[in-house]
Write a protein that binds this ligand. Structure first.
Ligand code: ADP
Ligand code: MG
Length: 245
């Protein structure tokens, strides 16, 4: 199992005239098995930070290290499903595993994300919501110790997003992997997270920490008035810092 420690992380992108400073001096601790949400306005550097934490992009300054033994297995999910269009849904799952993995094992995962019977379909034959379900299965089938998720549900209709959030929480509850989840949706953040880290507008820094887990035990209710009030408070926080988009 694994946690994450980031110290003094900065990022600048070299541009033709001046460098773009995307992140400035980010310190972060994520505990093993913790579910954290990075929340902030569009363009504040959430994706940049997630990619640096996940090892997909180098930092310009600072360090990121994993706690625990060795290099943890990592899983990724993005705003778009990013399935390989020329492979069936079943073969998209097989692609991230041993190629000899038996179809029954893959199909049981498809069933768990509500895609039982769709193994032979190609991505283009499924709705985006169904494709994103397949992406959830693909991210979790490798049994990651740390899961990095970049606005995975924000392109979905709200009903599908509601279901997928609960499915994700169910799977996380079973496996207790560490999750870093990026969103610009305050209600989603307080519903999902043990801890919400609020980022400032660009250049992104972590300006607030909301320890949701201390006040809202799980399972939570999305209709819980206190949770709504908290999310409204977070909106206010963000409005003070910059507009939500
Ligand atoms: P968010 O995910 O919060 O919307 P990003 O991390 O994508 O924000 O981007 C943060 C800032 O860095 C933005 O101003 C964006 O324009 C800039 N940026 C992101 N990627 C690049 C890149 N490859 N080159 C130059 N600027 C970039
Ligand atoms: Mg982003």
């Amino acid at each position: 199992m694994a946690g994450i420690v980031a110290r003094g992380v900065g990022k600048h992108y070299p541009l033709a005239k001046t460098d773009k400073l995307a992140l400035s001096n980010v310190d972060l601790n994520v505990q093993d098995g913790e579910f954290i949400c990075l929340l902030g306005p569009s363009g504040c550097g959430k994706t940049t930070l997630l990619n640096i934490l996940g090892g997909l992009e180098p930092a310009s300054q600072g360090t990121v290290r994993f706690t625990g033994v060795g290099d943890p297995r990592r899983g990724y999910m993005f705003q778009e499903p990013r399935l390989l269009p020329w492979l069936s849904v079943r073969d998209n799952l097989r692609f991230v595993l041993d190629q000899r993995t038996r179809s029954e094992a893959l199909d049981s995962w498809l069933k768990r994300v509500g895609l039982g019977g769709y193994g032979d379909y190609f991505p283009a034959q499924l709705s985006v919501g169904m494709q994103q379900r397949a992406a959830v299965a693909r991210a979790l089938i490798t049994e990651p110790e740390v899961l990095f998720m970049d606005e995975p549900f924000s392109a979905l209709d709200e009903l599908t997003a509601l279901r997928l959030r609960d499915e994700l929480l169910g799977l996380w509850h079973e496996r207790r992997c560490t999750v870093v989840f990026v969103t610009h949706n305050p209600l989603e953040a307080v519903y999902l997270a043990d801890r919400v880290l609020v980022m400032s507008p660009s250049p992104g820094r972590i300006t607030q920490e909301i320890r949701v887990g201390e006040h809202f035990p799980r399972p939570r209710e999305l209709e819980d008035a206190a949770l709504w009030r908290l999310s409204r408070g977070v909106v206010g926080l963000l409005m003070g810092e910059g507009a939500l988009t």
